[in-house]
Design a protein around this ligand. Sequence first.
Ligand SMILES: [Zn+2]
Length: 105
Amino acid sequence: MINWRALTKRIPSRVQVSRKSFYEICYVDAFVDKDVLGETRFDRKQIVLKDDQPHKEKVHTYLHELLHAVSEEYEVNLTETQVRALEKAIYYMLKSDNVFRKPKK
Ligand SMILES: [Zn+2]
């Protein structure tokens, strides 16, 4: 089981995307378009998240926007459909004791 609440608290204020690219994580009460949960601002290198959303949603929105930032920085040109698919895959990549096993004691 994932503790989504604990995970949202671990979202940093800044994330490194490439050797020279850092994105600031910002929060807003709401976007002009009420359906929008997150936004990546490439010009200012910001990932902006709607603050008021369930913890699980917030983590997924963060990972989703992070993928948009990765797509931009590495010139991958991912489509929205591809970002949505990878958003699901990245969860498994980050899952502990999965891609890397736990360190031996
Ligand atoms: Zn998107």
